[in-house]
Design a protein around this ligand. Structure first.
Ligand code: TYD
Length: 208
């Protein structure tokens, strides 16, 4: 069985850069599968179009089920087969995103989210989840530097909760509840330094 390594954090926390840096390092000695959520299969990419389209108004209940539907497909079509083949699967966002964005920020309730997550995941549990922690002020600056004052923000990034601290606090609370599999990493230093910290954690766990 391979390992499922997940990266989580608020918008602009630097996840995508860290996913790329880890993938490059792992690729030298291991087979990897790189995934980003929502997405990763034809069905999941079609659902992603709906979820991130700023022209659509998606009700919170529909949003929760769509994120879960996208994941249910990804897990069965790509992730489980890859893990069975012994691959390292790196996922840019996974189940904790739903807990924090839909459960906490959208007030859908943790029980409802847990039930839906359970259907999407079955028995699958991430091996380790890195939470990249950056102050909201920093994420806001990074997003605006990347996208311009408003131009290009997707449907989720336009939400008030995206940069008001509720996402960051929700993640930190979740990490406290799952110290065994969630690792909080300071996402403010230079990306190379953050990447080294992550690598050391994986070494300490005997994964690399
Ligand atoms: P994406 O463009 O992939 O952004 P990022 O680089 O921040 O990961 O957009 C994904 C958006 O969807 C992001 O704002 C977080 C949100 N999201 C949820 O609300 N729930 C979920 O379960 C997932 C996977 C993502």
């Amino acid at each position: 069985m391979g390992a499922l390594i997940v990266f989580e954090g608020g918008d602009g926390c630097g996840k995508t850069t860290q996913v790329q840096l880890l993938a490059e390092r792992l690729k030298k000695n291991h087979q990897i599968l790189l995934m980003r959520e929502p997405g990763g299969t034809d069905v999941s990419e079609a659902i992603r179009e709906i979820l991130l389209n700023p022209k659509l108004s998606v009700k919170p209940e529909a949003e929760l089920l769509l994120f879960a539907a996208s994941r249910a497909q990804l897990v069965r079509e790509r992730i489980i087969p890859a893990l069975k083949m012994g691959l390292f699967v790196i996922c840019d966002r996974f189940v904790e995103s739903t807990t924090v964005y839909q459960g906490i920020a959208r007030h859908m309730g943790l029980q409802a989210v847990e039930a839906v997550n359970k259907i999407a995941l079955g028995d699958l549990v991430p091996t380790v989840t890195f939470l990249l922690n950056v102050p909201c002020q920093t994420s806001r600056q990074r997003i605006f530097l990347r996208n311009g004052a408003d131009f290009g923000l997707d449907r989720m990034e336009r939400e008030d909760f995206s940069f008001d601290g509720s996402i960051q606090n929700g993640y930190l609370e979740l990490a406290k509840q799952h110290p065994d599999r969630m690792v909080v990493v300071d996402g403010t230093p230079d990306p190379k330094v953050v990447s080294d910290t992550i690598w050391e954690h994986l070494k300490a766990r005997g994964l690399v």
